[in-house]
Design a protein. Structure first.
Length: 342
């Protein structure tokens, strides 16, 4: 039985013969054959036919050689300069593939349908103090749309995050919303200001979840000193609170919500706009040994604004204080029982 070395030697010899015969065929196809006597013409045709007939046999031998060599040799990694094969797995080994265009209006890579799938993607050079590694530009609809679809199989599972941003000594995400068109383009008749950030939470998912250690959870700043637009607006259509803030540190002596106004406006303003419910503008509740409210002011600690009514209401709740149009102070003991205090 022949050894592997003998088989490899035979395959090498057959491959060399195949290459030589292929070269001979090419020469015969490209160069016209010289005229020969009639008695040699038949020999020439037979010889050429025999040559062509032998090619499949030698090709099969060459294929066998490649199969035998594949038993012992591993496939080589793609070398630099090899073409990109669509529909195949391309392995660039440790080489880097770069796409660039000298004309900024053209596309180095355009994926129209299907997109790009990458288990891990890094876009940018990673240099420090540059203007940014990833830039996405679009003049309508969404500039960047990211959707995360986690398959939650039990109550112990939780969904993933569509975007996770981690900033090292810098803001993780900076969002700017502009009103207007670039490059001096004319405005349409109806201008809708752009949104800096538009977040929608579906079902029971929170719209925003922010977590930090010692830094501010949220810092918002409005720079225009002449604008009358509210710095923040929250609208709820449910039955819960519009804003709920809880401080759980038992050593915290600061206000859970603090309003500071440097102008003539109120630090905290509470309004109940219902005309069909006896709502309350501001509620203060103290603990079992605390107080519901504490007031201090240089002009007065508390001011009860006089009503336009000539006297107290027909009925009230125990503890109500009321100042009528004549600036008389009334105290309600409950129901229709009122006493004038001043």
């Amino acid at each position: 039985m022949a050894s592997n070395r003998d088989l490899e030697q035979q395959v090498t010899e057959l491959t060399q013969k195949l290459e030589a015969l292929q070269a001979a065929v090419m020469r015969r196809e490209d160069v016209p054959a010289p005229e020969q006597p009639a008695d040699h013409a038949a020999d020439h045709v037979v010889s050429r036919r025999g040559l062509l007939t032998s090619l499949p046999v030698l090709a099969a031998a060459g294929a066998g050689a490649m199969a035998l060599s594949g038993l012992t040799a591993s496939p080589a990694a793609a070398a630099a300069g090899d073409p990109l094969l669509l529909g195949q797995s391309n392995d660039p080994s440790d080489q880097t593939t770069s796409l660039f265009m000298t004309n900024s209006t053209d596309y180095a890579l355009d994926v129209t349908t299907g997109g790009i799938h990458a288990s891990t993607m890094h876009i940018g050079d990673g240099q420090v103090n540059d203007d940014g590694d990833l830039t996405v530009l679009r003049y309508d609809d969404y500039t960047l749309y990211v959707e995360c679809r986690n398959q939650v199989s039990s109550s112990a599972d939780h969904g993933g995050s569509a975007i996770y941003a981690d900033g090292f000594m810098a803001a993780a995400i900076v969002v700017d919303g502009y009103e207007g068109l670039p490059n001096g383009q004319s405005q349409p008749n109806n201008v809708t200001p752009g949104l800096g950030l538009d977040i929608t939470g579906h079902d029971s998912s929170p719209g925003i979840h922010v977590k930090t250690d010692a830094a501010e959870l949220l810092h918002a700043s409005q720079g225009d000193t002449s604008t009358s637009t509210d710095a923040a607006q929250i609208v709820t259509h449910g039955l819960g609170r519009g804003l709920y803030v809880q401080s759980v540190n038992t050593s915290n002596a600061n206000g859970t919500i603090t309003g500071v106004n440097a102008g003539s406006g109120a630090g905290v303003w509470g309004t109940n706009s219902s005309s069909s419910h006896a709502g309350i503008g501001v509620v203060g509740v103290g603990g079992t040994i605390g107080r519901g409210g504490r007031f201090r002011g240089g002009a007065a600690a508390v001011q009860l604004q006089p009503s336009t009514a000539s006297t107290h209401p027909g009925s009230g709740q125990a503890g109500d204080l009321f100042v009528d149009a004549s600036h008389r102070l009334w105290f309600c003991k409950g129901g229709t029982t009122w006493h004038q205090l001043a």
